[in-house]
Every structure is written in structure tokens, then in C-alpha cells.
Design a protein around this ligand. Structure first.
Ligand SMILES: Cc1cc2nc3c(=O)[nH]c(=O)nc-3n(C[C@H](O)[C@H](O)[C@H](O)COP(=O)(O)OP(=O)(O)OC[C@H]3O[C@@H](n4cnc5c(N)ncnc54)[C@H](O)[C@@H]3O)c2cc1C
Length: 411
């Protein structure tokens, strides 16, 4: 059957974690969808270079759409990741102040999260801090504890969203670039696609894809994030995610154990002009190594085993850019820069609500609560994963490093 033989309820442009969550949620609600991904594989761009954290939203801007989506996600995401069998660990986070000036910001951060109804954020005594993180440098002056923060295999989560959508009857097309729109029909490299609604989840290309529909409301300003990765044998040196006190521009560089137990330092936040993932910068790698060893002095006897870079689809605006254009039958889901994993289910539910309330599009089928159990296994070559019989290459370096238990960092 050619793509043009059917009229889909919704065409989703972009197979990153956001597009995959949207196609999953819409399929679950009974919409007949098609996901169109330009690359050879889904989850291959911004979503293949993240930290793999599932945030609670404690530090997201108050009353922002970002905070709303993360909080909505938190209500259902654990049911889904348990059903999907996704590796995750509720390791909690410790936000550490190293100067008196930073320390003064902690009560406000706590207050801000309480105002957002996220109450599990507590000031810690230094005694408790050193008890819970005994290897941490001793010069801290204050800390906040956020027990709900998690690490997760965000790559497997994205693949599972898309896989479930496929099992629910939606179509996932890769190597399919959308490069035009004419009278509601998408012009793609695999031919025309007819749909009642288009949802732009094109990440770093969100502004360019919006222009296909004559929409011009934001610009993507790529923001590079680099990581330094240590071997698993260093993982007993820390328990929680160690965050610095955030600045206006970013959450700052964290030190944490990935869900596969590699100690990771990152991500940096460097403005960039490149949309594709640039190579790691050796000077930044050195800085990250030093910073990790400053935070945990015992890490000085370990060497990094690797590095990688991700690029966030930031815009000139701070919040998520989710907008509906009923007359164009178009929804833009843009600027999901650094919390797209954590907000993914909330974003997808928000899109679903907009589809019904702003566009009035009802699903062809009834909604289903029946999700397939997911059985996945890593290939022997450790570079691929099989999900219910389908093979996917592993494109996320965090997962690849995690599969290589031979890499140890000890000097
Ligand atoms: C360094 C870094 C750290 C992060 N850490 C975290 C974290 O710890 N926790 C968290 O919750 N989030 C995190 N994120 C954010 C999360 O990964 C992002 O929100 C997410 O990657 C953006 O996802 P996306 O699906 O919007 O974009 P992408 O993953 O880039 O997906 C967009 C897709 O659209 C496709 N596309 C573009 N144009 C077209 C076209 N014309 N036709 C067809 N397809 C097209 C692209 O090929 C791409 O695959 C991080 C991101 C980065 C970069």
C-alpha cells in the first residue's frame, strides 16, 4: 500500500522522544497516525544525546507549560515505564551550594517547588549530606535533597513509545523527509501523505518545518551539551545526581551515575550554530574531567572512558512552544530543549487535549488501555536492541557505554 492510499488522522513529523511520545499517546486514544522521520532511524538526533534523567520539574519555571507537562508526566510515567520494562532508578538528586551566595538561593528554590506542588524537596544538613554522599568534596555549604529524581534509559523509552504505537496500528516511516505541504497534503521523499492534522515535532528543525506551513514564531538556537564518561567501577563513589545551583541560563553541569552505572559529568551548555551533533571538544573534556574530580576527589584515580555531545533545540523563548493553528490543521511542538524525556507523556497528553478542544478532531477508533508487554534484549554485539522481534541499532552513547562492562577507569 502506498502512503497516499490512506487519510491518516494525524501525521507526526519527527521521530525523537517527543514525536514518539505523541504518536504513542494519539494511537492509544484511538487516532490513526503516521510518524514521518527523515533519518534512517528514529531517536537519532537530539534525543540520542541527552543525560537520561527523568526530572520531577522541581526547578522548572513556575507556571510554565514545561512545568505543567513534566508534572502531568509524573502522574502516569511510572505505570508506563514499568509496563514497558524500561530500566530506571529513583536515585534522587542532591543540589549542592558551594558558596554562601549559592546557599542563599536554596530556600527560594525549595519555596518555588513547593509553590508548584512538588513538596518532596528538602533542605539538608551538612551532616546528612556527608552521610549520604561520603565521597563528595567536604567544602559544601548547603544542600537540597530531591528524592524523586530518576535516571532512565531514555533511548529505550522512545523506541518503546513508537513500537507500541505501531502495535496499535500506527505507521512509523523512516528515511522519510517532509519538505512541503500543499492543501493539507504533506510532500515527502516517499510520496504524498494525506492527513487531517499535522503535528510538527521536528526538534532542531522545528522552525524550518513550521515554515512549510507558513508559520514563523520562533527560531532554533542550538545549544550543545558535552559529557565526560567514567567506567562503572567508579560508580560506588556517588549515590544521587549531584546538581549545582542552577543559573538563569541552565541547570548546570551534573555528576551522576547513568542507569547503567557509568559515572557521567555533563552536560555543558554552549551556544552553537551547528544543528548536527559536533565532535567532542578536547578542552571541554578536560574541563569536565577536572570538575568531576574536584567534586569527588577519589575520582582522581580514575580516567574517563569516553565522551559524547548532544544538541538541545533551544529557542529565543524560555518555555516549550506548543501552539495550535486550527485553520492550518497544524500543531507545533517546538523548543522542547532539555526536559523532553521528563515531559514527554505530559506533552503528548497536552497535544491530545488541543487536538480535541481547538481542532475538534475525534479519534476514528475508541481509546485503549491495553498496552502490550514489552520484551527487549540487547544484541550480543551490544550495538543493537531487539524489541518484541524488531531490531533497532543503539544510537545513544549513554546506552552504548552502558553495554560495555569491560571499560574500567582505574589508573
Ligand atoms: C545535552 C542534552 C541533555 C538532555 N538531558 C535531558 C534529560 O536528562 N532529561 C530530559 O527529560 N530531557 C533531556 N534532554 C532533552 C530531550 O532529549 C529533548 O527534549 C529532546 O531530545 C528533543 O526531542 P525532540 O523529539 O523534540 O527532537 P529530536 O530528538 O531532535 O527529534 C526530532 C526529529 O525530527 C526529525 N526531522 C527534522 N526535520 C524533519 C523533516 N523535515 N522531515 C522528517 N523528519 C524531520 C529529525 O531527524 C529528528 O529525528 C536533553 C537534551 C540534550 C541535547
Amino acid at each position: 500500500m502506498s502512503l497516499s492510499d490512506k487519510i491518516f488522522d494525524a501525521a507526526i513529523i519527527g521521530g525523537g522522544v517527543v514525536g514518539c511520545a505523541v504518536v504513542f499517546e494519539l494511537s492509544r486514544q484511538g487516532y490513526t497516525c503516521i510518524l514521518l522521520e527523515r533519518a534512517q532511524n528514529i531517536m537519532s538526533e537530539a534525543s540520542a544525546g541527552n543525560s537520561g534523567m527523568l526530572h520531577t520539574g522541581f526547578d522548572a519555571p513556575l507556571h510554565s507549560l514545561e512545568q505543567h507537562c513534566i508534572k502531568t508526566s509524573q502522574k502516569t510515567v511510572f505505570d508506563i515505564i514499568n509496563k514497558f520494562n524500561i530500566p530506571y532508578r529513583k536515585c534522587g538528586a542532591t543540589l549542592v551550594a558551594w558558596t554562601e551566595e549559592e546557599n542563599k538561593k536554596l530556600p527560594d528554590l525549595r519555596q518555588q517547588s513547593h509553590e508548584a506542588d512538588i513538596h518532596d524537596v528538602n533542605l539538608m544538613s551538612l551532616t546528612d549530606l556527608h552521610k549520604s554522599e561520603p565521597y563528595l568534596r567536604k567544602e559544601a555549604v548547603g544542600a537540597l535533597n530531591i528524592p524523586g529524581e530518576c535516571v532512565i534509559d531514555s533511548y529505550l523509552l522512545g523506541l518503546s513509545y513508537a513500537h507500541q504505537a505501531r502495535m496499535l496500528g500506527s505507521k512509523i516511516c523512516t528515511s522519510c523527509e517532509v519538505f512541503g505541504m500543499s492543501h493539507g497534503t504533506l510532500i515527502t521523499s516517499l510520496g504524498p501523505v494525506h492527513c487531517k492534522m499535522t503535528i510538527n515535532c521536528a526538534g532542531l528543525y522545528g522552525d524550518i518545518v513550521d515554515q512549510l506551513a507558513g508559520i514563523d514564531t520562533f527560531r532554533i538556537y542550538p545549544r550543545k551539551g558535552q559529557y565526560c564518561v567514567f567506567g562503572k567501577n567508579a560508580s560506588p563513589l556517588l549515590k544521587s545526581i549531584i546538581f549545582p545551583v542552577p543559573t538563569e541560563k541552565s541547570k548546570g553541569i551534573a555528576l551522576f551515575n547513568s542507569v547503567y552505572d557509568n559515572v557521567m559529568m555533563g552536560p555543558t551548555a554552549q551556544d552553537s550554530i551547528e544543528l548536527s551533533r559536533p565532535a567532542s571538544d578536547p578542552k571541554v573534556h578536560w574541563m569536565l574531567t577536572q570538575k568531576a574530580q574536584w567534586l569527588i576527589p577519589d575520582l582522581a584515580t580514575f580516567l574517563p572512558v569516553g565522551h559524547y555531545v548532544g544538541v538541545r533545540p533551544a529557542t529565543q523563548l524560555k518555555d516549550y512552544q506548543i501552539r495550535t493553528y486550527p485553520h492550518k490543521r497544524w500543531i507545533t511542538v517546538g523548543g522542547i530543549r532539555s526536559t523532553g524525556v521528563s515531559g514527554s507523556l505530559g506533552i503528548a497528553q497536552y497535544v491530545c487535549e488541543r487536538l480535541q478542544s481547538d481542532i475538534g478532531l475525534e479519534p476514528e477508533r475508541g481509546a485503549t488501555n491495553h498496552l502490550l508487554d514489552m520484551a527487549w534484549s540487547f544484541g550480543e554485539d551490544k550495538t543493537s536492541v531487539t524489541l518484541n522481534g524488531y531490531h533497532y541499532p543503539i544510537l545513544h552513547p549513554m546506552v552504548l557505554y552502558g553495554q560495555d562492562s569491560m571499560m574500567t577507569s582505574k589508573l
